[in-house]
Design a protein around this ligand. Structure first.
Ligand SMILES: C[C@@](CO)(OP(=O)(O)O)[C@H](O)COP(=O)(O)OP(=O)(O)OC[C@H]1O[C@@H](n2ccc(N)nc2=O)[C@H](O)[C@@H]1O
Ligand SMILES: Nc1ncnc2c1ncn2[C@@H]1O[C@H](COP(=O)(O)OP(=O)(O)O)[C@@H](O)[C@H]1O
Length: 320
C-alpha cells in the first residue's frame, strides 16, 4: 500500500526592529541581560517544508549566497529540535526546507531566527504534531535568543537573553524605511565591541523603557521617534563608521528618527505615514549611502502558515 505523503507547508515570518534595546553587563555564560522592545515588520522570509528523499536546506533571494545550507543553518537546527521533541530519529529525517529570503542576512533584523521560527511552525503542521505555541517557544529559545519573538510577532518586551516575552499594547501601524548595508555585521562581535567600549569609557546608554511603552499605547509616531534607543548602536557604528552617514541621511530625507536595528548594520527610519516612508525611501536611495532601501510597516503577526498561496506582499524596493 502506498503511504500518503502530506503536501508541503509554507510559512511566512516577519523580521524585527528593536525600538528600545538596553544591554546589561556580560554574564558568566557569555550572554548579556536585555530589556528590549521588539516590533515585528512586514519585511518577511517565506519557508516551505516538505517530505523529500533528499533532505537539506535550500536558500534563495536576498543575500542567499552567504547563508550556510548545512546543519548550521538555523532552519535545520529547528528541524533537529522539533525531531528530538517528537522522538524522531535525527539521522533519518526526510525533510527539505526551502527558504526565500527577503530579510537581509546578518542585518540585525533576525533573519536567521525568522527561518528557524518558520520551520518550527511549518514542520509541526507537516508532521501533524499536537504542540502548542508555548511549547514551540521553549524549542525556539534553545535555537537563539530572537527566535521566540519572531514566532510570536506583534510588539513585545523581551528580557533575559531577549527570549522571555510579554506582549505590549500597541495602537498604531508604524511606517519604516530600512537601509540595507553592503555587508553584514556579526552579532557576537558587536556585543564584544560594546564590552570593549564599556571597559574604555562610558558609551551612551538608553533611558527607561516605560516611556517607550506609553508611546506605543498612544500610537503617536512622533512621540515614539523621540524615544528610539539602542545600546548596541555605538558598538555597531564603531565597527562600521559609515553608519553615521546613513543615519544622518535618513533624517535629512525626512524621517522622524533613525536607529541601528539590533546589532546592525541595517538602519531603520521611523516615518510619519506610509506616504512619507515612500518619499523618504526614494530620497535615501538617491543619497548613495547604502545598498538597498525598503519600506515596511509594523507590527504584523508572527510566523504563520500561508498555504492558501495568497500573493506575497512585496515591499517596494529602491536600489541605491
Ligand atoms: C542583537 C539582537 C537584538 O535583538 O538581535 P540581532 O541584531 O542579532 O538581530 C539579539 O540580542 C541577538 O539575538 P540572536 O541573534 O538570536 O543571538 P543568539 O544566537 O542567541 O546569540 C549569538 C551571540 O550573541 C551574543 N548575545 C546574544 C544575545 C544576548 N542577550 N547577549 C549576547 O551577548 C552572544 O555572544 C551569543 O553567543
Ligand atoms: N537561515 C538563515 N538565514 C540567515 N542567516 C543564517 C541562517 N542560518 C544561519 N545563518 C547564519 O547566521 C548569521 C546571522 O544571520 P541573521 O540571523 O540573518 O542576522 P542577525 O543576527 O544580524 O539578525 C549569518 O551570518 C549566517 O551565517
Amino acid at each position: 500500500m502506498l503511504a500518503v505523503v502530506p503536501p508541503p507547508v509554507t510559512v511566512r515570518v516577519p523580521s524585527k526592529v528593536n525600538l528600545h534595546l538596553a544591554v546589561g553587563d556580560r554574564r558568566a555564560d557569555g550572554y548579556h541581560d536585555l530589556a528590549t522592545v521588539f516590533q515585528s515588520l512586514s519585511l518577511t522570509d517565506e519557508v516551505t517544508v516538505a517530505v523529500a528523499d533528499e533532505p537539506g536546506v535550500e536558500v534563495h533571494g536576498e543575500g542567499a549566497g552567504t547563508v550556510p545550507t548545512g546543519a548550521s543553518n538555523l532552519a535545520w537546527r529547528a528541524v533537529e529540535e522539533l525531531a528530538r521533541y517528537a522522538g524522531r530519529d535525527i539521522s533519518e529525517l526526510k525533510v527539505r526546507v526551502v527558504i526565500r529570503k527577503g530579510i537581509p542576512v546578518a542585518g540585525g533584523m533576525a533573519g536567521g531566527s525568522a527561518d528557524a521560527a518558520a520551520t518550527l511552525v511549518g514542520l509541526a503542521s507537516l508532521w501533524r504534531l499536537e504542540i502548542g505555541r508555548d511549547e514551540l517557544a521553549v524549542l525556539a529559545a534553545k535555537i537563539g535568543s530572537d527566535v521566540p519573538f519572531v514566532l510570536h510577532g506583534g510588539v513585545a518586551l523581551g528580557t533575559g537573553r531577549g527570549e522571555q516575552l510579554v506582549p505590549v499594547l500597541s495602537r498604531h501601524t508604524f511606517h519604516w524605511v530600512l537601509a540595507f548595508d553592503r555587508r553584514g555585521l556579526s552579532t557576537p562581535k558587536v556585543y564584544a565591541e560594546l564590552d570593549r567600549l564599556r571597559a574604555d569609557g562610558e558609551p551612551p546608554a538608553v533611558g527607561a523603557v516605560e516611556p517607550v511603552l506609553e508611546a506605543l499605547a498612544s500610537g503617536d509616531p512622533r512621540q515614539l521617534a523621540l524615544l528610539l534607543g539602542n545600546d548596541l548602536q555605538p558598538a555597531a557604528v564603531s565597527l562600521r563608521p559609515t553608519l553615521r552617514r546613513t543615519l544622518r541621511a535618513g533624517v535629512q530625507a525626512g524621517a522622524l528618527a533613525g536607529t541601528v536595528s539590533g546589532s546592525g548594520p541595517t538602519c531603520a527610519f521611523l516615518c510619519e505615514s506610509g506616504e512619507d516612508a515612500l518619499r523618504v525611501a526614494a530620497e535615501l536611495a538617491g543619497a548613495g549611502v547604502c545598498r538597498t532601501v525598503r519600506v515596511a510597516h509594523g507590527p504584523v503577526p508572527g510566523a504563520r502558515v500561508v498555504n492558501d498561496e495568497s500573493p506575497r506582499p512585496t515591499p517596494p524596493e529602491v536600489h541605491a
